[in-house]
Design a protein around this ligand. Structure first.
Ligand SMILES: [Zn+2]
Length: 143
């Protein structure tokens, strides 16, 4: 079964003040997933915990490895800088959390390794929007 849990934070629109639209965080959030999970509006901290505990990969696969300094991951690259390829390997140089790391990008060319900071994990770079692709990393596919 595929999982793709999404956490949505509830926002309430308030009466405009001085002509400015105003919004308020209600403190509630909901988690929904392609497996059928739908928590409805619950306290945000509870929703965050459920989203974090929820599987994000098909059942039966090995758990995701933890990032650690020196491991190689994949990041998006500008093909014009990378011998035509849009993915490049990168070495983790700092681990901020299980999903956020700094890396040095090893382009397929003679440029010095590029430093990218606070990249967030994504399961795949394929369906990531262009404007955030450069701030994501993913594990190399298992072969
Ligand atoms: Zn699920």
């Amino acid at each position: 079964m595929m999982h793709d849990p999404t956490l949505v934070v509830e926002i309430r629109e308030l009466l405009p003040e001085d002509g400015w639209a105003r919004y308020e965080d209600t403190g509630r959030a909901t988690v929904a997933c392609s497996c059928g999970l739908n928590t409805g509006w619950i306290p945000k901290t509870e929703a965050a915990r459920i989203a974090q505990d929820h599987p994000t990969a098909p059942k039966g696969t090995a758990p995701m490895p933890q990032p650690s300094i020196g491991r190689i991951v994949h990041v998006a690259a500008d093909p014009s800088m990378n011998n035509g390829a849009d993915i490049a390997p990168a070495v983790i140089t700092r681990v901020w959390s299980d999903t956020v790391v700094n890396v040095r990008v090893l382009l397929d060319g003679d440029s010095a390794p590029q430093w990218r900071t606070s990249l967030t994990h994504t399961d795949t770079l394929d369906d990531v929007a262009d404007d955030v692709r450069l701030s994501r990393w993913t594990w190399p596919p298992r072969t």
